[in-house]
Design a protein around this ligand. Structure first.
Ligand code: CA
Length: 139
């Protein structure tokens, strides 16, 4: 089990790995607004848990385990943002998903996933829900 903070590191490394050939400590540091020594410390922990390969000042390479879990983390974040949009929340989707993602159980994430898939494949239900929300606003 990774801590929420280490999950965020892995999530960002995975995101970078989708668009960059080489992920560097400075990229992570800038993105997460964390000082370099803290990033390095986190990287060693992720390395010890076999999520990445990393030597000091070197490139960060995701292992298969890291790719798999990193992909899950990014997907989970997107799912929660989509869920918040779907239920008509007026929150900041990115910030709220960030706050929710580490604390929901896998069971709840799975249930949310099913609901989002259901709404996607049944636009009439989503429309009925949106109409209901709009009526509530008028009342
Ligand atoms: Ca995150």
């Amino acid at each position: 089990m990774l801590t929420p903070s280490l999950e965020d590191y892995l999530e960002e490394i995975y995101r970078f790995s989708l668009s960059l050939d080489t992920v560097r400590v400075t990229d992570i540091s800038k993105r997460l607004k964390v000082a370099l020594p803290s990033v390095t410390k986190a990287l060693y922990k992720l390395r010890d848990e076999s999520y990445i390969n990393y030597e000091r000042y070197g490139e960060i390479q995701l292992t298969n385990k890291g790719k798999e879990f990193g992909c899950y983390l990014v997907t989970r974040n997107q799912l929660l943002q989509e869920f918040l949009s779907l239920i008509g929340s007026k929150c900041s989707f990115a910030a709220e998903a960030e706050a929710m993602e580490h604390y929901l159980s896998t069971a709840t994430i799975d249930a949310i996933k099913t609901l989002v898939e259901f709404m996607r494949s049944n636009p009439s239900c989503l429309n009925a829900y949106n109409t209901f929300i709009n009526i509530k606003k008028i009342e």
